[in-house]
Design a protein around this ligand. Structure first.
Ligand code: SAH
Ligand code: SF4
Length: 438
């Protein structure tokens, strides 16, 4: 989401005649887009600011700004402790950056952390300078009203609001013209998207029909309100990927209740079962928090057992990090020691690695359609891309190019990567028509 936000800021600055440079040492203005979700995300930013402090002593005219969630959360601390930060801008005030820069030029500190009920940056066409040119993120809504007890997002990003459907389709149209082949629609809870009568399913329906050669993914849905119609749509449309990221957070009813996640373990498992039944060859991923307030060994074991039951293809796993202002901060005690949190997290990770390894081994011998994202990081002789079910596959370069759809056969697998043999270059519609005929 921050990646997408930086592209919006890019557009706002370029419009005013400022342009991005690759190297901070060549810049007149450095803006750091920040995340507050866990303490270590913020620690990284503090370290980064120390580096820029050095630059600032070399170049007295350098302006340094902090954008995004940390700006929203701790504006005073940033201004006070980090004397060398000139600009502080919350996630709803990016349009104000050019004015704030002028304010700094007048010798003042410039701050705007007002949250908005309406801002969606709908009319701004993000300028994508750092992506791979093949896959893009499109933000469809901002903020979150869910108030999970561990999460700072509702406080830093404000109330939930949806961007008009027309402006989203317009951005997708531009991306299609620019040759993009894969779009991930972003929101904190995509199934609460609403524009008049249009729902998230309407958006997926229209996007996939209008752009049959573009693959669509989304992140994240919430287990509390995943509609059946969306599952059937994904099953039916070849360009809606058979991959769903569906964060569970924990595997026991008691923990889910403390987390204020409004579903039970059973309800979640029933949803997963339904997903697997409706969508063939479905890949699933999730988010897990280890060591949340009061977590017992039994609750931890239930998280492990749920993960074995679902068999996720991928998981983002975190140790609980207490965040100020959240319900957990106000009401519960962060009482699981770092040692126990780390031990539980590593048990969760190692179990997941072996599940992934097994799941990926099962892919050997299968055929997949891969969208090529570029050359592999390991070898210039290999290309790398993603399967429809979101697995990274590498294969011989031949004359394939970034943005090609290539049919491959999987010949090997690790827990992170599939090794493949390329068969031939094709198109998305052609490939799936052939699969259907066969
Ligand atoms: N809106 C998404 C999640 C966005 S935040 C959803 O509800 O699914 C991404 C992930 O960060 C969360 O799913 C959660 O697993 C993790 N997270 C959020 N707050 C956290 C905290 N305080 N400590 C550790 N992990 C946290
Ligand atoms: Fe945070 Fe919950 Fe909103 Fe996700 S749904 S952003 S975890 S409050």
């Amino acid at each position: 989401m921050n990646f997408a936000d930086s592209e919006i800021v890019n557009a706002i600055l370029i419009e005013r005649g400022m342009y991005p440079v690759r190297d901070a040492e060549l810049a007149d203005i450095v803006l750091v887009n920040t995340c507050s979700i866990r303490e270590n995300a913020e620690t990284k930013v503090w370290n980064r600011l120390k580096e820029f402090r050095k630059l600032k002593t070399q170049n007295k005219l350098l302006t340094v700004g902090v954008l995004g969630c940390m700006a929203e959360r701790i504006k005073d601390q940033i201004i006070e402790e980090e004397q060398l930060v000139d600009i502080v801008v919350g996630p709803d005030s990016y349009r104000d950056i050019p004015r704030l820069i002028e304010e700094v030029e007048d010798g003042r500190k410039a701050v705007n952390v007002l949250l908005s009920l309406e801002e969606t940056y709908a009319d701004i066409a993000p300028v994508r300078t750092t992506g791979n040119g093949v896959s893009a993120f499109v933000s469809i809504m901002r903020g979150c009203d869910n108030m999970c007890s561990f999460c700072v997002v509702p406080f830093t990003r404000g109330r939930e609001r949806s961007r008009p459907l027309g402006s989203i389709l317009n951005e997708i149209c531009q991306l299609s013209d620019q040759g993009y082949k894969e779009i991930t629609l972003l929101g904190q809870n995509v199934n609460s998207y609403k524009d008049g009568n249009h729902t998230f399913s309407t958006l997926m329906d229209k996007s996939s029909l209008l752009y049959p050669e573009i693959r669509f993914r989304f992140s994240s849905p919430h287990p509390k309100d995943f509609p059946d119609e969306l599952l059937y749509l994904i099953a039916e449309r070849p360009n809606l990927c058979n991959y769903i990221h569906i964060p569970v957070q924990a595997g026991s009813d008691s923990m889910l209740e403390r987390m204020r996640r409004p579903y039970t373990r059973d309800q979640y498992l029933q949803l997963i079962e339904k997903m697997k039944k409706i969508i063939s060859n479905l890949s699933l991923s999730t988010d897990i928090i280890a060591g949340f307030c009061g977590e017992t060994e039994e609750e931890h074991q239930q998280t492990l057992s749920l993960m074995r039951e679902v068999e996720y293809d991928l998981a983002y796993m975190f140790a609980y990090s207490e965040r100020e202002r959240t319900l957990a901060y106000r009401k519960f005690e962060d009482d699981i020691s770092e040692v126990i949190k780390k031990r539980r997290l590593s048990e969760i990770i190692s179990q997941q690695m072996s599940i992934q390894h097994r799941r990926n081994q099962n892919e050997i011998g299968q055929r997949h359609l891969v969208l090529v994202e570029g050359t592999s990081k390991r070898s210039a002789q290999q290309m790398s891309g993603r399967t429809d079910n979101n697995k990274i596959a590498v294969f011989d370069r031949k004359d394939f190019e970034k943005g090609d759809y290539v049919e491959v056969e999987i010949t090997g697998a690790t827990s992170a990567t599939l090794i493949a043999k390329p068969i031939s270059k094709t198109g998305l519609v052609d490939y799936y028509s052939a699969v259907l005929e066969a």
